[in-house]
Design a protein around this ligand. Structure first.
Ligand SMILES: [Zn+2]
Length: 105
């Protein structure tokens, strides 16, 4: 019997997220601004710019599983106080933006 299970292919174009849309997402889901590790609220540095010419889009990290071709696409932001790196599922953000288009950014 042939196994027809398909593995998703990573295409960066599937995860284009404008910085403004990412901020709207964080506000909509009520993400806390206090760092879960140090408890401070000194802001977060969001990784942006998949290429040097455009920093208006959130950087997407492809987190490959240890075996096979499966992956988890994530956005990353760093606590300005302690350096803790918070990751957010790019799939969740993309789905939310699709349901809540801005049209402004
Ligand atoms: Zn922190």
């Amino acid at each position: 019997m042939e196994n027809k299970t398909s593995v998703p292919t990573f295409r960066a174009s599937d995860f284009l997220i404008k910085v403004g849309d990412f901020i709207r997402y964080l506000e909509a889901v009520g993400m806390r601004l206090e760092c879960s590790q140090c408890g401070k609220d000194e802001g977060w540095s969001l990784d942006a710019g998949n290429d040097a010419n455009d920093v208006t889009e959130v950087s997407i990290y492809k987190m490959p599983f240890s075996e096979g071709l499966a992956f988890r696409p994530v956005c990353a932001m760093t606590c300005n106080h302690c350096g803790f790196v918070r990751q957010v599922s790019a799939r969740k953000v993309v789905a939310w933006v699709k349901d809540n288009p801005s049209g402004l950014l």
